[in-house]
Design a binder for this molecule. Structure first.
Ligand code: FES
Ligand SMILES: [Fe+2]
Length: 441
């Protein structure tokens, strides 16, 4: 079983001038015409399991509440009181019977309806209770994540996600747990971050590994990112996929032909002896696929039965329009998200999370990009100033280069991007933003 290619939409080849990353006018157009009309991955179902549990997330100038309802469903609201506009909550998450506004104590039920207003008889337009309600936004769940859309006339989430829906449905992602959750602000436009995750052209420079030119094309995590060995897909819906064959296998070979890390450990975990593969590194991918097929069910890796062969071993990298990037492994989900700043085009909010599969009885620790974490240690989110905490070596290296680009994008001497073929995903994203702004979407 192999995953089919996606249809490749035509690219126009627009030049991408620097003002797209710096201008307030462009930032406002993006907000009004694009952000308010796309599905945004915002929350996690497992964070709000019980009726009354709620989670808050902000995007640009807006703040949203996702609330578990009495019937088990989830509703999402703008985090704004309908009396005179105060924010209802400022905490990140919690549990409530009603949302009581901190200004004049109006109280809204979980279903959004206003249940209490002080001096309710004193309103010339009539008692607001039972009449006013929190403003709702479209809200759907997929892969255990809660998504919202500010456009009441939007397409369904499934239609919006297109082929992502099928690819991801195979992994049982709704059962995966979180082992890394970091949020920080970055002094760059949100597209600087997302452009970076839409290309691997920077890898040999920014994530430099010492060694032969071949080895230098490899990232610290052991993924072979040479574009000639990589499969790229662009979808009509606007999302991108990049598949690096062999994942860790592609790049774990030592000079003497022996199997290095992390492939060595992974092979042992699946009952293979790396010594049997000295000088035959190219055979490890299929061997690992066969071993996972054979041993997976017995080890309760139930999702393996649904995964395509390449999903068992390869490095999948997705970018979901407009602001979500993920590296997806058979058992790991590296979640990268950039959200616009409320007012400043030259800042954004960056999230770096890691989720891992949960085969029953599995005890081996979780290998995240920011280190190895015990399996029993699901984490709370850390929010910090840039540079205060490491985001893991690879992401630290990315984040360090971003401000240099932001500064250059501001220059009168910058004439717009000159993109390589392997940077087509960047071009596609920017053309889609223009499609939204110019009314083609
Ligand atoms: S603004 Fe919320 S009760 Fe007045
Ligand atoms: Fe990078």
């Amino acid at each position: 079983m192999t995953l089919p290619d996606w249809p490749a939409p035509k690219l126009r080849g627009n030049r991408l001038p620097g003002h797209r990353y710096t201008s307030r006018a462009f930032f406002e157009q993006e907000w009004e015409r694009m952000w308010t009309r796309v599905w945004l991955l915002l929350g996690r179902e497992s964070e709000i399991p019980e009726a009354g549990d709620w989670q808050r997330e902000d995007v640009g100038p807006e703040s949203f509440l996702m609330v578990r309802q009495a019937d088990g469903g989830i509703k999402a609201y703008y985090n704004v009181c309908q009396h005179r506009g105060a924010r209802l909550v400022t905490e990140e998450k919690g549990h409530a019977r009603r949302f009581v506004c901190p200004y004049h104590s109006w109280a809204f039920q979980l279903d959004g309806v206003l249940a209490f207003a002080q001096d309710a008889e004193d309103f010339p337009e009539g008692d607001p209770c039972g009449k006013l309600r929190l403003e709702e936004v479209r809200c759907e769940s997929f892969a255990g994540f809660i998504w919202i859309n500010m456009d009441p006339d939007c397409v369904s989430l499934q239609d919006y996600l297109g082929p992502i829906w099928d690819d991801w449905s195979r992994y049982e992602l709704d059962t995966w747990k979180r082992y890394l959750a970091q949020t920080t602000t970055l002094p760059v436009n949100w597209k600087v971050v997302i452009d970076n995750f839409n290309e691997s052209y920077h890898v040999p420079t920014v994530h430099r590994v010492r060694g032969t030119p071949e080895e230098r094309k490899r990232m610290h995590s052991g993924v072979d990112t040479n574009y000639k060995n990589t499969r790229f897909d662009l979808s009509e819906e606007g999302h991108n996929r990049m598949i690096m064959a062999g994942g860790y296998a592609g790049a774990s070979l030592n000079q003497d032909g022996s199997i290095g890390e992390p492939l060595n450990t992974i092979m042992r975990e699946w009952g293979l002896d790396p010594a049997d593969f000295v000088g035959r590194g190219h055979e490890t991918r299929e061997a690992l696929q066969a071993a996972k097929r054979k041993l997976g069910p017995g080890k309760n890796y139930t999702h393996y039965a649904k995964l395509a062969d390449e999903q068992l071993t390869d490095a999948f990298h997705y970018t979901l329009f407009p602001n979500f990037a993920v590296s997806l492994w058979s058992d790991g989900f590296h979640f990268l998200r950039a959200r616009p700043h409320p007012t400043d085009p030259e800042q954004c909010v960056f999230d770096n999370f890691w989720y891992a599969s949960q085969p029953e009885g599995e005890t081996s620790p979780i290998r995240t990009t920011a280190g190895i974490v015990p399996r029993d240690q699901e984490v709370e989110r850390q929010i910090f100033e840039p540079g205060d905490v490491s985001l893991g070596r690879t992401i630290d290296q990315d984040v360090e280069i971003f401000p240099l680009q932001q500064a250059g994008l501001r220059s009168r001497g910058y004439k717009g991007a000159y993109l390589a073929g392997q940077e087509s995903r960047i071009r596609r994203y920017h053309e889609l933003i223009d499609d939204y702004i110019e009314g083609r979407r």
